[in-house]
Structures are given as C-alpha cells and as structure tokens.
Design a protein around this ligand. Structure first.
Ligand SMILES: Nc1ncnc2c1ncn2[C@@H]1O[C@H](COP(=O)(O)OP(=O)(O)O)[C@@H](O)[C@H]1O
Ligand SMILES: [Mg+2]
Length: 424
C-alpha cells in the first residue's frame, strides 16, 4: 500500500512553502518541500494577485519535481492582522438524554450564529469547553448523560476580501484550497507538546511581515491575535540605520543577530565588514547592529505584550513557545523571556518526520507547513491509519508522533470553514 498524499501550502510574507506528506502505516512522512521567496504579499496579505500566483506556481513546481506528485489541492495556511478571535456561546437540549454527535453539531451551530459583518467571514469555530447541566470544563461530551448542552467557542473571523484574493491567486496557480487554516493553529500542531497544550502555552509564530500569537489551554485554543510587525521590520531598521542595502541588512541580521547576552559587545567594540550601497566594503559596529536589533525586538514584544498579557494573567500558561523564521535569531528566547515574564522556548516541528528530508524540515520556519500536513491528515486521512493492520497495536501500545498530532487536531479543530464556504 503506498498511502495517500497530503499537501500543505504556507503562504507567508517572506516565503511560500509547499509541503507534501504521505500518510501511511507508519504515520506521516514528509516526502517533499518546495520553498521560494514570496512576492505579491505584504504582512500576510495578497497585494498583487499575479505576483502571488507566480510565487505559488514556482513553489508548486519545486515540490512537484521533488516528489513526482501532481498537487491539485492543498491545505492553505493564512495569516494577517485582519484575523480576529472572539468568544461565543451556544446552548441546546440533549434529545436522547445522552449526548450524540448531532447534539454537539447543533450546539456548535448555535454558538456559530454570531453577527459577522458582510466584509468578514468565519474561518474557524473552535469549542473551548462544553457544559452539561451546569457542569463545566467538559472537553469530550459525547456519550455523557444530561438534558442541557452548552458550549463556549472561539470564533476566528477573517476579511472576506483577503480570503478572496488569496483564493484567486491560488486559482491562477492552478491550486485548489481544501481548507484555509489560521497559521498559528497549524504551527501549534507541529510544535506544542501535550502538557503545553493542556496546561497552557502561548505560541508565537515570528514571521517576516507579521507576528502571530495564539494561547492554548485544556487542549484547545483560547485566544489568538496577529500583529503587523515582524522580522522584515528589523531588517529594514538595519538597512536604514546603517545605510545598507536590504539584502546586506538581512544577511547581517541572520549572521550576527544578537541579543541580551551580547551586551558585552558594547565593550569589545568589534566591527564587521559589510557591503555598502555602492558595493564597497564598509565597517559596521557590532554593538550598533545589536542595539538596532534589540530596539526593534523590544518594541515588537511590547506591542505583543499589550495583547497577550491580559491572556497570560487570565490563563496562567506554563510558557511561551516561539517558532517561525524570526525565532532563529540568536538569544531571542532569552530576551523574550525577560519581556514576557514567562519561560520561553524555541519550537521546532517535532511532531513530523521525514525519511528523505531528514533534519531539513526540523526548522522553525517549516512549523506552519508541517502543521498543515498534520491538520490535513486528521481531516481526510484519519481512517487510513485506523484501517491498517497496525491499528490495534497503535491503539494499545504507543501512538506514533503523527497519531498524536491527529488526536490533537481533532480536539483543536472542532469545525472548520470549508473553502469555498459551503452554502455561503
Ligand atoms: N537566523 C535568523 N535570524 C534572525 N531572523 C531570521 C533568521 N532566519 C530567518 N529570519 C527571519 O524570519 C523571517 C521569516 O520568517 P518565516 O517564518 O520564514 O516566513 P514568513 O514571513 O513567510 O512567515 C524573516 O524576517 C527573516 O529575516
Ligand atoms: Mg509564517
């Protein structure tokens, strides 16, 4: 049996990454990835359909030639500060005095019936807890006895125009979106550990154009927010501050990017060679570079904290997990710890494996793409593994990493926006 293929596409402001995974007996195996710099996007949002379509096309072609698989549809990760989360609530009677799937669907439907302005669309409806006859904190109500079922949900909405433009770009590249998935949800699937999901963690996906945050607790999403500041701002600060071309600023940031622990650089006054606008070599002071980076990062976390701090106080998470390309900056976890006031670790997509790409995909910049595959596995491949001869041992002995990811997805994503929206 050769298994089934699942594709995910992370459409970011910096890069577009198409990932292909094969769902087989041993779980999910990433067989190919195509990554290209993204054009036509700004802060997670399409500003030029043709350019975006072109980039998508190139990433697709790369993934196609690496995997030999024709990719017609994919799970699409989206971001942007147009995405907002809000709480909602629904209630219904339990028909047979025992909660059935239909009761769960009905109560979630009731909670989904919120006012959504015409220019917005519901992206996800994520149940955070069920209440049966006044008993709260129920995660899995199926089969429980009672007469009244209530649910608290997080509703994530997105700008209709933004979704539409992304869909058009995909369309032009010949790719169908199976579903649109809020990127940090996908990243969380790939990087968060079980106890972090249960006891609480803030996931911070540090991209080029946006920084996306999501708080998980009790196995579900409690809050999400996107700020329109990211690694590209840091690069720009370096370029402007040190009068360097963007490309050179980016290189210095990645190579020398330093934080707190490098404070002693102020004393060493080390200088580094860079290429100036005219192409001539130019001496740059490393402490100055560190200062520019630190100032921007400090500002970014200050903005983030305004949104996240009330949530930290409310949910008391164990830690924050940073991921995405920006989390590769040297010492960033240590700096973030000081700014957020909770422990911070860097999250790699550890819930996926790859026989061909091996360690390449264990990189925070692939967290969202890998998470999309885990998400897709749950949505469409759930039965594949259950049907396999290994099913019994999988159930009783040890669940594979991908299996854990699937169970996770089931809890995290109660219901999703089908794309194009059904009946909408
Ligand atoms: N080693 C590094 N140090 C600092 N920043 C980095 C490093 N590697 C990548 N980045 C930054 O990460 C950002 C891209 O994040 P990524 O998650 O890959 O993309 P996207 O913006 O598409 O979500 C860019 O701003 C890039 O400069
Ligand atoms: Mg990203």
């Amino acid at each position: 049996m050769k298994g089934r293929y699942i594709a995910g596409i992370d459409v970011g402001s910096t890069k577009i990454c198409v990932m292909v995974g094969r769902a087989g007996r041993e779980g999910l195996d990433i067989v190919a990835a195509g990554t290209v710099p993204s054009q036509g996007l700004r802060k997670g949002v399409v500003i030029d359909i043709d350019e975006t379509a072109n980039s998508i096309n190139m990433a697709l072609r790369e993934a196609r030639s690496a995997s030999g698989i024709d990719i017609g549809s994919a799970y699409v990760g989206i971001s942007g500060s147009h995405i907002k989360s809000a709480e909602s609530y629904g209630a219904t009677g339990i028909r047979e005095k025992e909660v059935r799937q239909a009761d769960i669907e009905r109560v979630i439907d009731a909670a989904s019936a919120i006012y959504v302005p015409l220019d917005r669309e519901v992206l996800h409806v994520l149940p955070s807890e069920f209440i049966i006859d006044g008993q709260d904190g129920i995660a899995r109500p199926l089969g429980m006895a009672g007469v009244r079922l209530e649910v608290k949900v997080q509703v994530l909405t997105a700008s209709h125009a933004v979704l539409e433009n992304l869909e058009r770009s995909l369309d032009r590249a010949g790719l169908k979106a199976t579903e649109m998935v809020f990127q940090p949800l996908a990243s969380a699937l790939a990087v968060l550990k079980e106890d972090e999901l249960q006891q609480g963690a803030v996931l911070v996906d540090m991209g080029g154009g946006t920084t996306d945050a999501a708080l998980f607790k009790g196995g579900t999403l409690r809050w999400a927010g996107v700020i329109p500041v990211g690694g590209a701002n840091t690069t720009n600060d370096i370029a402007v501050g040190l009068k360097l071309p963007q490309k050179e600023a980016e290189r210095l940031k990645r190579h020398y990017g330093a934080g707190q622990e490098k404070v002693n650089l102020f004393e060493t006054e080390e200088s580094i060679e860079a290429r100036s606008m005219s192409g001539k070599p130019k001496q740059i002071s490393q402490p100055e570079l560190a200062r520019i980076i630190r100032m921007r990062m400090e500002e970014l976390f200050e903005i983030l904290k305004t949104d996240v701090e009330p949530q930290i106080i409310k949910h008391q998470p164990l830690c924050a997990v940073i991921t995405g390309g920006g989390s590769q900056m040297r010492d960033i976890a240590g700096m973030a710890e000081g700014w957020l006031g909770i422990p911070v670790r860097t999250g790699l997509p550890e819930r996926v494996r790859s026989t061909v790409l091996r360690e390449t995909v264990r990189d925070p910049q692939y967290a969202a793409a890998a998470g999309l595959l885990l998400y897709g596995l749950e949505r469409e491949g759930g039965d594949l593994i259950r049907e396999s001869p290994l099913a019994d041992s999988l159930e009783t002995v040890k669940r594979t990493m991908a299996e854990q990811g699937r169970a996770l997805a089931r809890r995290l994503f109660g219901r999703m926006r089908r794309f194009p929206a059904e009946g909408a």
